[in-house]
Design a protein around this ligand. Sequence first.
Ligand code: GDD
Length: 327
Amino acid sequence: MGKIALITGITGQDGSYLAELLLKKNYSVHGVVRRVALEDRTHRLWRLRKILNKITLHAASLESYASLVKIVQKIKPNEVYHLAAQSYVSYSFEDEFSTLNTNIGGTHYILSAVKEFSPKSKFYFAGSSEMFGKVKEVPQNEKTPFNPRSSYGISKVTGYELTKNYREAYNLFCCTGILFNHESPRRGFEFVTRKISHGAARIKLGIQKNLELGNMDAKRDWGHSEDYVLAMWKMLQLKKPEDFVIATGKQHSVREFAKLAFETLDLDYRKYIKYNKIYDRPSEVDSLLGNYSKAKKIIKWEPKISFKELVKNMVTEDLKLVKKQGY
Ligand code: GDD
């Protein structure tokens, strides 16, 4: 019989790719979702459409310890992937309270549930390059000091520290993947890459006139989500838990992303993109660049999909989607 995996955040971009990967590896895949998601399957479970009949979904809330305990106790997973979070950095400035409460509390609850009811489970925490914030060195690796610039970043640093503490204090297999930005055609529309790929497709088809963005000089290390979920799985196959930076080691600006996305559709981005200060952040993370050499050495992981391929993949899928939907 295959292993049992529990994924929080299974309805998201990474959750859906990870579920597909684990199914291919013969896992029995369980996911934690909000009750509303089960009641509104078309809108909330679209990323899981193709695999819905192969996975088991459990209704629970990250804000309720009791609801998480019940699931962990019942299925005693071999592996827990804790991906669920309020993950939109911009929103974390609008509602610091719910970002901190949900992200920190949710991580603490699930760790505690594992410790009490399934201490043999291997646990993965979705850390983030936002933990490096205003970076203290370039490129960033596992030893680079954290310097977060948003309540989202702070919540991830706290989740990282909690994960480390459960590993050290209770001897559990707990690790953090410090993932740099990773995108795909399944990315949420609020993130800049998807906003650009979708906007460009709509402009190409005459549905939208222009696209408003904030800071186009921000630089990120962008990879593809499908590559990154493989790294998560590889981390949990180790004998000893360790934290890893997962990145491409290459950096591009938002402007470069936009230029390439529009070029893919034979458009000149300068004609369509307008600056709107409402998209600027009170404290910005200007530049992130990861060094993934530890992952390369220990879990034999390397990114396969290039920046160019990523942009092309997102734009062509969005063009198909907009054509099909007509809006
Ligand atoms: N969202 C957004 N919308 N960002 C914009 C815009 C815009 O209109 N214009 C410029 N940007 C800039 C932001 O200021 C930021 O510097 C950069 O584009 C990327 O923003 P996002 O795509 O929203 O991602 P993020 O880098 O803040 O956070 C993502 O990556 C983290 C890993 O570093 C999220 O996926 C996080 O959940 C993740 O942890």
